[in-house]
Design a binder for this molecule. Sequence first.
Ligand code: ADP
Length: 458
Amino acid sequence: MRKSLRGKFLLAFLTTALCSVLLTGLMINRTVDESFYEYMKKNQEDRYSKIVDSLAEYYRQYGSWDKLYISSIARSAMGSVANIRVFDEKGIVIYQSAMGHPQGMMNRRWMGRRWTGEGEDDYSTARLPIEVDGMKVGEVEIGYFGPTVLLSQDIDFKKKVNSILIVSVFLAMALATVASWIFSRKLTKPIIEIINTTSDMSRGNLKKRVTGVEGKDELGELAKSVNRLGEWVENLEDLRIQMTSDVAHELRTPLTIVLSHIEAIKDGIWEATPERLQVCYDEILRLSSLVKDIEKLSGFEKGSLKLEIEEFNLALVAGEVRDNFKILFDEKGVELIADIEEDLVLKGDKGKIKQALINLLSNALKFTDKGGTVKLEAAKKGNDIVIVVEDNGRGILQEDLPFIFERFYRGEKSRNRATGGAGIGLSITKAIIEVHHGTIEVKSEEGKGSRFEMRLPS
Ligand code: ADP
């Protein structure tokens, strides 16, 4: 049977509340019992001395015993719960209370036992001398069941305390039930909302978001994370659809050109001139380099690409790339400023790291207009080698920024068609850096430029 989270919460709360209420009740009951017993003992001693004093006082006045007087004193001091016998100076019984023998009091045994919880209550007797001017004139014997004599008002008091305790236990339980019901509902409601949202998402409704779960607690954070995840997945899904159409487009354009040329030549419309064959050749070259890029990328992503690890000086590699690019930058009228520290020893695949650098520099050149500047910096920072490629070119739209490292993603489509890229360069760059356990980050503002920072552990 599936137990709901709410049921579990409820059970846990109730058990805890029940245990603590019962424990507190038990402890209060015990404490009250102990204090009550002390109080009763003191009361009893007072009563004993009252009987003895009254009897002594009587004897002092009259010099003999009167049964009636003894009986009235005994009843007023002990009520009818104790058995009283009075002896004269010779030890002869001169008065015996109505119950006489302990057996006569059996019906009252429950009182002492029930309230004190002391177990079997034995019949106890206390024999006290009655003295007048230092002379023993008699004795009084008081017998009762239980640890102390309980009068009806004592029993009432104890009954009251216990019924208050029982009522408070029930009240506390009722309160705990209501509180735990409300609390568990409050706790599980957002969880249920999150479950419903995520299951909707998993069924393909990627637009679904968690609503009504506010607050800064863990559940609020969870709701925000789920929503962020939803946005991310939704964007990736859009990207996947976009990517398919992009790949189709990348393939269609060169294929159409080649097909139309060959058809025209085959049908005798065109002559197979070297220029026309060159056009076909260029398009096939473009296609094959695209396929190579895709292969390269999937090689990185599957981890099946072999790396040629060696120790090399990155300063030399970066210098080489700078020199190779110099002419292209000059042609476009973009300034290239290089600031490369000497001796940047790195362990990795030299060719691949060079490729990453080329990708970043060629993008910077591609997206920076005439008159702009591109900076290439490489330096050691702590245990890392940090390479920065920064331009003051067109920059990247904020909405494109999270996706530029995705395969086939091209920012601002129409603009980039003209640049001719397939949106794969940055994916390859990122894959190269990650395979070297490094990181790559981008900061960019539209119209102001972009800054790519690669960090490689040396
Ligand atoms: P491609 O350059 O072939 O389009 P990339 O993967 O290299 O593909 O880059 C992806 C996208 O990132 C580009 O289409 C462009 O929108 C953006 N981008 C990359 N580098 C820069 C840059 N330096 N300045 C502006 N946009 C850039």
